[in-house]
Design a protein around this ligand. Structure first.
Ligand SMILES: Nc1nc2c(ncn2[C@@H]2O[C@H](COP(=O)(O)OP(=O)(O)O)[C@@H](O)[C@H]2O)c(=O)[nH]1
Ligand SMILES: [Mg+2]
Length: 213
């Protein structure tokens, strides 16, 4: 069951709007004082696709044909109740070293400016061994003590045996328990219900930190 009906859907979408993007560090962020969930992962991991699955729209967040280009933090309001923060993808091989480190800067800028963050959905690609950037991101989130849910994307690309191996490899490399990692697919909708449930419970948690002056 991938949760296609809305009867047991933990996240029924009634209203969606794109609020805007923050392109430069210290830049704009929305006025809305709504709880936020941020989504992070390397460029091309399937972040936009998973966001679309989560909000049940085909093309709400743009699925990119030119990976590594957008270096923006984008804000989407859901049901006038919370905000999904689409963080820039990192680790695209063809961008310069400077740009590779821009992720950290944007993440820091976002964190400095939010008092609303409840948690991060961190994505890893099922077909790849977690990169140094992936591990850096997870370590960074752990150091900052930000509640984090890890989801593995594109699981539909693997057969039963490969899937088991991939999930074990990812658990081993990241040091996470296998049951802390949600297998997901934007194509089949697998994992959508579990991720939506986790998002809803993160939203109920207290803010990750008090505002800094
Ligand atoms: N098979 C499969 N392909 C996917 C999935 N999610 C994303 N993709 C493909 O991966 C590429 C990058 O997706 P996108 O959502 O733009 O990744 P982003 O750069 O992380 O936002 C696109 O060609 C998608 O069609 C998935 O769950 N299964
Ligand atoms: Mg994207």
């Amino acid at each position: 069951m991938s949760g296609d009906g809305t009867a047991n859907d933990p996240l029924v979408i009634r209203h969606l709007s794109f609020l805007g993007g923050m392109a430069v560090t210290g830049g704009w962020r929305p006025d809305q004082q709504l709880p936020e969930i941020a989504v992070a992962g390397r460029s091309n991991v399937g972040k936009s696709s998973l966001l679309n699955t989560l909000v049940r729209r085909k093309a709400f967040a743009r699925v990119s044909r030119t990976p590594g280009r957008t270096q923006e933090v984008n804000f989407f309001e859901v049901n006038q109740a919370f905000i999904i923060v689409d963080l820039p993808g990192y680790g695209f091989a063809k961008v310069s070293r400077d740009k590779r480190h821009a992720w950290r800067g944007l993440m820091d800028a976002y964190l400095r400016n939010t008092t609303q963050l409840r948690g991060v959905l961190a994505l890893l690609d099922a077909r790849r061994e977690p990169s140094e950037d992936d591990l850096d991101m997870l370590e960074y989130l752990a150091e900052m003590e930000i509640p984090t849910l890890v989801a593995v994307t594109k699981i539909d690309k693997l057969g039963t045996a490969a899937r088991r191996e991939a999930l074990a490899m990812i658990a081993r490399t990241t040091g996470l328990d296998a049951d802390q990692v949600v297998a997901s697919s934007a194509h089949t909708g697998e994992g959508r219900t579990e991720i939506a449930e986790a998002v809803m419970s993160l939203l109920d948690a207290p803010a990750w930190r008090e505002p800094t002056p």
